[in-house]
Design a protein around this ligand. Structure first.
Ligand SMILES: CCCCC/C=C\CCCC/C=C/C(=O)SCCNC(=O)CCNC(=O)[C@H](O)C(C)(C)COP(=O)(O)OP(=O)(O)OC[C@H]1O[C@@H](n2cnc3c(N)ncnc32)[C@H](O)[C@@H]1OP(=O)(O)O
Length: 243
């Protein structure tokens, strides 16, 4: 599956909705057992949550957006398919989250392709289920440091901390993803799927129990004037970068 939402594959409401629909279609297709997730645009895997969905909108929109993000996370994190992320570009914040909920992560070796949950750099806080997903991948201490500092890891460091499973030359990314997929598909589906469910259930249950409260938290947090101001300033900074 190639992510295709120009210019930076931000996770807009529309993109999240389409991702969920496409995942459902693939899961219902008995001929499909695995999925390689990559970007149509080498250089950018995903810029994360769409900042335009969080700026200058009304509370009902924020709630709808957050619910769609939760839905996407729940769908992909619990997917019965083997999901391999072939990360062919920068992967900050929500882009990193999307990689973390796959079963295996391969990052192309390019110093510009950084990955991490950098929310604190924007003056916002990674929600508990982003944090849980990271802790499940790299452990508590490494997550605490990465989250507080909003670290974006270049490939060698991402590998060292365990944020990705493999770093390969850019031209080997797709072939490596396919051979990893073959290895995972050699395991009987039912045993692998039940194991995945068992490993991920506590984290899923945590979000499911808190789902409505989490939406309310997001809506009240993002509606604050101070948060709106810092998001606007951040967007401006991104735009000015060009000039
Ligand atoms: C305690 C209670 C807590 C409750 C919950 C509270 C809070 C909620 C937490 C929310 C968690 C947030 C997660 C996120 O994912 S936030 C998004 C974070 N993403 C980023 O910081 C990435 C920003 N983008 C970049 O760093 C770069 O764009 C890049 C991805 C490295 C690509 O660089 P480059 O190729 O140089 O492209 P440009 O920077 O020039 O960007 C092209 C245009 O795209 C626009 N853009 C970029 N990122 C985004 C985005 N995330 N959303 C929307 N739009 C984006 C950028 O402004 C440019 O637009 P322009 O062409 O109109 O200038």
């Amino acid at each position: 599956m190639k992510l295709k939402n120009p210019p930076v594959n931000s996770l807009s409401l529309e993109m999240l909705t389409e991702l969920v629909i496409n995942l459902e279609k693939l899961e219902n297709d008995k001929a499909v057992r695995g999925l390689v997730l990559t970007s149509e645009y080498p250089g950018i895997f995903s810029a994360g949550l769409d900042l335009m969905e969080m700026c200058g909108r009304n509370p009902a929109h924020y709630a709808e957006y957050w619910k769609a993000l939760q839905e996407f996370w729940l769908k992909l994190y619990q997917s019965s398919l083997v999901v391999v992320a072939a990360i062919n570009g920068a992967s900050p914040a929500g882009g990193c989250l999307m990689s973390l909920i796959c079963d295996y992560r391969i990052l192309a070796d390019n110093p510009k392709y950084t990955i991490g949950l950098n929310e604190t750099l924007l003056g916002i806080v990674a929600p508990f289920w982003f944090k849980d997903t990271m802790v499940n991948t790299i452990g508590h201490r490494a997550s605490e440091r990465a989250l507080q500092l909003g670290l974006l890891f270049p490939p060698a460091e991402a590998l060292q901390v365990g944020l990705v499973d493999q770093v390969v030359p850019e031209d080997k990314l797709q072939s490596t993803a396919l051979s990893v997929m073959a290895q995972w598909l050699a395991i009987p589906d039912h045993a692998r799927q039940l194991t995945k469910t068992m490993m991920r259930k506590p984290t899923v249950d945590h979000l499911v129990k808190q789902r409505d409260a989490d939406i309310q938290n997001f809506v009240s947090f993002v509606s604050r004037d101070s948060i709106q101001k810092s998001l606007q300033m951040y967007l401006q900074k991104l735009r000015q970068k060009k000039s």
